[in-house]
Design a protein around this ligand. Structure first.
Ligand SMILES: NC(=O)C1=CN([C@@H]2O[C@H](COP(=O)(O)OP(=O)(O)OC[C@H]3O[C@@H](n4cnc5c(N)ncnc54)[C@H](OP(=O)(O)O)[C@@H]3O)[C@@H](O)[C@H]2O)[C@@H](O)CC1
Ligand SMILES: [K+]
Length: 546
């Protein structure tokens, strides 16, 4: 699991180490230099003679780059430092000069953008060390204008330079993933001590490139701090998976009640049921009108239509809330779920059930699965005026707000899926493929999540007593992971990345570098349908349980 910690938590963890004289910046700088060298090697460049440009701000983030630059200069690189602050890190500057780094003091220069762009044109690697966790986004002028000019220069450059961000791409919201102003998109972000929330959360995460976490010795200090954002890996999902035992039967494995599909949108029923059945559970009880029922039975003869006890509900896929009969059926299922205190997934039309506060203060075992537009509608209906654009600009904040307003857990669908409960960490899962943006994919996800929740059976009913606090959110993140993994398999793109907590350990003198966002199989993949995703689910689950 990747655990991302806020800037404040990182500072709290580093304080006693700095007071004890631990050389945190040396570790950070050495790892940064090693990663820059690795990028050069990976692109087939020799390290001696390579031209590197450091973009140096006035804080310790700039200090990291200056010390790293001195290592690289000693390895024969031609290193230029564009120093953009009046008072850069003094020791870093001295070390850089001593090692032969060419220092260009450009703070206050009238032709700043031209001067830096001219240096940038000659360099194969740009190291973005303008600001790190000590800065408040957005970047101020003149750095904002400079970053805009460099981003344009890079986009126009025929042999794209590699951009390595130090700790975070300068200008992102470190704690919330916001992008309130210009940011130079990075190929790699080398982050110190722990991942930061903005490296996992949309929209900033998309500007961080591959994220490398450097162990500088903070893990002890961070162990007592709850992470702000988590990302599950295959191992975490496998640990959460409800495995059937020899004594299990269909009722103990979990029964899911599904209220999905309508005469107008019958296919949604098939997809939601397929998602559930192929994720694995004891049984599905389907509640719907004639056409969707016969389609469901044609594909899944094992599905039962008789009413009876269930351990979870999935409600709303393919249902127009204006369809009075279907709306009544949704309400019946929801009320039954709440009364029995079993988990309920509300998707698509089912979200209308929480547009008013008739069901105020829901338990976190109710999981809402909106996309950005549906979340904006829900928040607006609950008195928090919100547009789709607002949600896109700050997905995590709005998912958390919806969780606080309703009490429910919220899984906000998107290229990176964000899960928020009223408390506890956020989850940010980026396991899927752009091919998954296709009709019906959300119906399959509702089925996957319903099956997982049903698999926990009545255990989740005690959630109200707090024994399994946080489990609905982690199961929602696990559902997003498996859904994404199945989509990648279906699209021929292999499995999602395998994140690890610490990738590069300087203190352990490890040279076993890896990264947290490189996929095991690359390639563009190919188109998929929602049904393809459902079909790939058993293989996706089997692969992760191996
Ligand atoms: N965690 C760890 O283990 C380790 C962390 N380390 C490193 O320390 C970094 C944190 O360093 P830090 O605290 O010195 O702050 P930093 O990010 O350089 O920013 C301050 C500078 O930015 C400027 N500035 C601020 N806002 C701005 C804006 N909107 N727009 C423009 N400028 C703005 C501000 O100027 P001022 O506002 O003061 O005029 C000042 O010059 C951290 O990210 C990591 O890289 C390693 O060295 C050791 C191990
Ligand atoms: K930076």
């Amino acid at each position: 699991m990747i655990r991302a910690h806020t800037a404040a938590d990182v500072r709290t963890a580093e304080e006693p180490l700095l007071a004890a004289g631990e050389p945190l910046m040396d570790r950070a700088a050495f790892a940064l230099a090693t990663h820059v060298a690795a990028e050069l090697r990976e692109r087939g460049h020799r390290i001696p003679g390579s031209v590197i440009l450091l973009l140096v701000g006035g804080g310790n983030n700039g200090g990291d780059a200056l010390f790293a630059g001195s290592h690289l200069a000693r390895r024969g690189c031609q290193v230029h430092a564009a120093v953009l602050a009046e008072h850069p890190h003094a020791a870093g500057l001295a070390a850089a000069r001593a090692a032969g780094v060419r220092v260009h003091e450009l703070a206050g220069a009238p032709d700043l953008n031209d001067a830096v762009t001219a240096l940038a044109r000659r360099a194969g690697v740009w190291v973005d060390a303008l600001t790190g966790i000590g800065a408040r986004a957005p970047l101020r002028e003149p750095l904002a204008g400079l970053v805009t000019a460099l981003a344009a220069e890079r986009a126009a450059s025929p042999d794209e330079p590699v951009v390595v961000a130090v700790d975070v791409p300068s200008g992102i919201g470190v704690d919330d993933g916001a992008v309130p102003g210009p940011v130079l998109p990075a190929d790699v972000t080398v982050t110190m001590g722990a991942a930061k929330p903005g490296l996992l959360l949309p929209p900033a995460a998309a500007l961080a490139g591959r994220v490398e976490v450097v162990d500088v010795g903070l893990e002890g200090g961070l162990a007592g701090q709850a992470p702000a954002v988590c990302r599950l890996s295959a191992t975490d999902v496998a640990d959460l998976w409800p495995l059937p035992g020899p004594a299990d039967h269909k009722y103990t494995r979990g029964v899911l009640g599904v209220v999905a599909g309508s005469q107008t949108y019958p296919g949604a029923a098939v997809l939601a049921v397929a998602g559930a059945v192929r994720t694995g559970l004891g049984m599905v009880r389907y509640h719907g009108p004639e056409i969707p029922t016969s389609l469901v039975h044609a594909r899944h003869p094992e599905v039962v239509t008789a009413p009876g006890r269930v351990q979870a509900w999935a409600i709303g896929c393919g249902i127009d809330p204006d369809d009075a009969a279907r709306a009544q059926e949704m309400e019946r299922g929801f009320a039954a779920g709440l009364a029995a205190r079993v988990p309920v997934v509300l998707d698509a039309g089912g979200l209308s059930l929480v547009h008013d506060d008739a069901h105020a203060d829901l338990p976190a075992t109710v999981v809402l699965t909106p996309h950005a537009g549906e979340l904006a509608l829900l928040l607006t209906a609950r008195g928090e005026d919100t547009t789709r654009e607002d949600v896109d600009a700050a997905p995590a904040r709005h998912a958390r707000l919806a969780a606080e307003v309703t009490g429910a857990t919220v899984l906000l669908k998107g290229p990176t899926t964000v899960v928020a409960a009223p408390d506890g960490p956020l989850y940010a899962q980026a396991d899927a493929t752009p091919w998954l943006a296709t009709a019906g994919a959300g119906d399959v996800l509702a089925g996957v999540l319903g099956a997982l929740l049903a698999g926990y059976g009545d255990a989740l009913a005690v959630y109200a007593e707090g024994r399994l606090a946080g489990v609905p959110a982690s199961l929602a993140a696990a559902a997003a992971y498996v859904h994404g993994r199945a989509a990648r398999l279906a699209a021929g793109q292999g499995t999602p990345p395998r994140p690890r907590d610490v990738i590069f350990s300087v203190r352990r003198a490890s040279h076993g570098e890896d990264d947290i966002s490189r996929h095991t199989t690359t390639g563009q993949g190919g188109p998929i349908s929602a049904l393809d995703v459902a079909v790939a689910l058993p293989a996706a689950v089997a692969g992760l349980l191996r």
